[in-house]
Design a protein around this ligand. Sequence first.
Ligand code: ADP
Length: 174
Amino acid sequence: MIRAVFPGSFDPIHNGHIDIAIRASKLVDELVVAVYDKPLKSFLFSPEERIELVKDVFQGFPKITVVGYSGLTVKFCQNIHAQVIVRGLRVFSDFEYEFRMGLANHRLAPDIEVLALMTSEEHTFLSSTTVKEIASLDGDVSSMVPPSVVTALAKKFKELGDDHPVIPTQSIRD
Ligand code: ADP
């Protein structure tokens, strides 16, 4: 039985993430989409909000479960007896980061393999940061995220009002 973990901040989840999760779930017995809270990063959505949005997306997928976690990803994998970490690759800058993370994780937990799937062509440009930037300026993100996320983004930016700080900046590869 192969259990894989697809970790990420999912702030918010978008169609690129969903594509990777669904494709990865076909390769394993169980895929755990793990939503992490990195206190040092400033997120637009709270951990609870991000988890709810991800859960909503994968409701009809029996092989996919969704949980929140904190701390080291490899520790989390060991705790739930997962053998594989799934990551998505878009551009070359992703590769360098994922390569470094993959090697570090392998050093910490040699039994856990990293499975990196290449993005589908239509999602190459997609990142949570791009989605947030567009949504904050009232742009149409309905081709990039599921309807529940469109609604959540509109609500969030309405709550924050016009003078919200520029989108919480994350790394370019968000
Ligand atoms: P993190 O903070 O771990 O990078 P993200 O939520 O930004 O969390 O991303 C989670 C995973 O999804 C990462 O492996 C990232 O490379 C991948 N990913 C993000 N956007 C895309 C996309 N458009 N296509 C494929 N994979 C993606």
